[in-house]
Write a protein that binds this ligand. Structure first.
Ligand code: BJ8
Length: 430
């Protein structure tokens, strides 16, 4: 086994706390993932990636930097990964879904801030995230107030560039976002010392499109009943999409999707046919937040889709066709991102339509509206979502939580009752 301690020490990491984090992660991973039965063979690659998340992948990034490349950490799908790639950089999604580093954000941002924001800052302060330590610079965005203010603090400890993301979907917003995308291109050129060309950007966008296409293929197969992959495993693939090598990841997701297609043709699943099928919608579910999926799948249901930025809000946006000139491509990238129906927009009616469409396409029996605590935008949209889904006759519950296990019992009780109610409806229908 390779010893990465020198590499971690060189990154200025707190080795003792990092050991503690790895212990917590590997225990959780064994219980939640490795204990599942009849997992697809293709998940072995993803198990390997997780086991080497702080090892081999970090070594790859260190080698990349040694060869003059840049590593750019970001926290939102609005940050265009193809612009980073076109400048010879590697983009890494850094959103944090762990309870472990949250105490380290104490005294720097208010306690009543979304756990994703607290964990992100906590990872910097605790020096246990090698990806953050490895990043030449970080890219924030003005999506919600909590993030905006956190980035000001983060910038005191790690260079943080902030992109302005519009809050409306108007022509003025489109112009604003194009200027932000262009400014980010200039920033990437300055940081990397490499000019972004039309050809280079087109090639990078093709890679991003191929990755999203592979994810759409993978997640689309979850419409089958019985479902050929658990929600936990499908979520894991989405989570890993934010930090693995893009070409390797795309190839492995396609391999896994091929295996799942064969399973679906044979009628082979990981849960019995007729298991209550739940669509999860709401705030992001970043690595290693596996809580709601585990609760649902331990309560007799299966998660068959995620309307989340770690899910469909990421993989469903595509780059509009354009004239191929650099300016045209930048406009297309801006437009692609404005097609992300995040609750930071007002109005954001398209998201309701996305969810109903997804629930139907994936044959969902019910929807869980999930918001991280203190996320006002998604909690506010949950009300609208419940009404719209009720009109469609789709049962819904709204849950709010964080990354801790403190409320596990309470959440399990509510989820169990919801799944029992869905099971009774299914029995009546059959
Ligand atoms: S495009 S969902 S990744 S902003 S941090 S808004 S949970 S209070 S993450 Fe997001 Fe981009 Fe939108 Fe997606 Fe709420 Fe927390 Fe803010 Fe959050």
């Amino acid at each position: 086994m390779t010893d990465y301690r020198t590499l971690w020490a060189d990154l200025g990491m707190d080795l003792e706390r990092h050991d503690q984090l790895l212990d917590v992660l590997s225990q959780g991973y064994s219980q939640i993932f490795l204990s599942q039965s009849n997992r697809p063979e293709g998940m072995k690659y993803f198990d390997f990636v997780v086991s080497e998340a702080h090892g081999l992948r970090i070594q790859e990034l260190a080698d990349h930097r040694k060869n003059g490349g840049t590593v750019v950490g970001a926290f939102c799908v609005f940050v265009p990964e193809d612009i980073v790639l076109a400048a010879g950089g590697i983009p890494i999604g850094l959103c944090a879904g762990a309870e472990f580093p949250i105490p380290d954000s104490e005294g720097l941002i208010p306690r009543n801030t979304c756990p994703l924001i607290r964990a992100t800052l906590g990872f910097k302060m605790s020096r246990v995230c090698p990806y953050m330590q490895m990043s030449n610079f970080l890219v924030g965005e003005t999506t919600c107030d909590g993030k905006k203010k956190m980035y000001e603090v983060l910038n005191e400890y790690h260079p943080t560039y902030v992109m302005e993301v519009p809050q409306k979907k108007t022509q003025a917003a489109r112009n604003l976002f194009l200027s932000e995308i262009t400014a980010f291109k200039d920033k990437m050129e300055a940081e990397s010392g490499k000019k972004i060309t039309a050809e280079g950007l087109a090639a990078a966008t093709s890679k991003v499109e191929a990755k999203k296409q592979a994810l759409r293929r993978l997640h689309g197969i979850r419409a089958a009943d019985p479902v050929p992959i658990s929600g936990r495993d499908a979520l894991l693939a989405s989570q890993i999409s934010f930090y693995d090598d893009i070409d390797r990841f795309t190839a492995k997701v396609n391999e896994l999707a091929g295996e799942l297609e064969s399973r679906a043709e044979r009628g082979e699943g990981v849960f019995p046919k007729g298991t209550p099928r739940i669509l999860l919608v709401g705030t992001p579910i970043p690595f290693p937040d596996w809580k709601i999926h585990t609760i649902v799948e331990s309560a007799g249901g299966v998660i068959i889709g995620e309307e989340s930025c770690v899910g469909s809000r990421y993989y469903s946006t595509t780059t509009p066709s354009n004239d191929g000139a650099l300016d045209g491509q930048l406009q297309a990238i801006a437009d692609r991102h404005l097609g992300t129906h995040c609750a930071c927009f007002t109005p954001n009616e398209e998201r309701v339509g996305d969810i109903i469409e997804m629930a139907k396409a994936l044959n969902a029996d019910g929807v869980i509206n999930y918001s991280l605590a203190f996320c006002q935008t998604y909690a506010a949209e949950a009300v609208k979502m419940e009404k719209a889904l009720a009109k469609e006759g789709i049962p819904t519950i709204s849950l709010e939580s964080d990354f801790s296990m403190n409320d596990q019992g309470q959440l399990s009780t509510r989820v169990q009752a919801f799944i029992e109610m869905i099971s009774s409806r299914l029995e009546v229908r059959s």
